[in-house]
Design a protein around this ligand. Structure first.
Ligand code: AMP
Ligand code: ZN
Length: 144
């Protein structure tokens, strides 16, 4: 099977504009940026998504995403920054190697597909919220 694109970048077999690199984590500029300064932060090792990535690696990737977000804010002072991580095709994932997007926003209307979804939401009843919360809590594993 062909090596995934992000593994190729991590292994130096494919070019990317790398902005950060250590033994576990790397980050490079998204080649189709939503806005100036759009960065992807990922583990060097291949994990498909949030369900596969180990906790300690997720922590390291998240801390670097925070540091890079601060640098982007200092550099371009965008109106806002989204940190987004897609899991599964229907959630918008196209590269199946875990990565966090750092997406600076320069449009004050936040005029994108996510916003349309957000604007279309309806407040649901407390009963529905409670039932949903109870169902998820039964599957919540903590303290691992
Ligand atoms: P996602 O849809 O969450 O899986 O995001 C994948 C992201 O990777 C997209 O925003 C692409 O523009 C970006 N991307 C794909 N290939 C490359 C590449 N070779 N170098 C930089 N960014 C890439
Ligand atoms: Zn990979």
């Amino acid at each position: 099977m062909e090596e995934c694109i992000f593994c190729q970048i991590a292994n130096g077999k494919r070019d990317a504009e790398i902005i950060y690199s250590d033994e576990k984590v790397m980050a490079f500029m998204d080649h189709r940026p939503i806005g100036r300064g759009h960065i992807l932060v990922l583990p060097r090792e291949h994990y498909r998504d949030v369900f596969e990535i180990p906790d300690d690696i997720l922590c390291r990737v998240s801390v670097i995403a925070k540091k890079l977000s601060i640098a982007v804010k200092r550099t371009f002072n965008p109106l806002g920054i989204n940190l987004i991580e897609n899991n599964g095709t229907d959630a918008g994932q196209t590269i199946f190697h875990f990565h966090i997007h750092i997406i600076p926003r320069y449009d004050s209307r936040y005029n994108n597909e996510l916003a349309k979804v957000a604007w279309g939401r309806k407040v649901v009843s407390p009963d529905v919220l409670r039932e949903t919360r109870e169902k998820i809590q039964k599957n919540l594993e903590t303290g691992k």
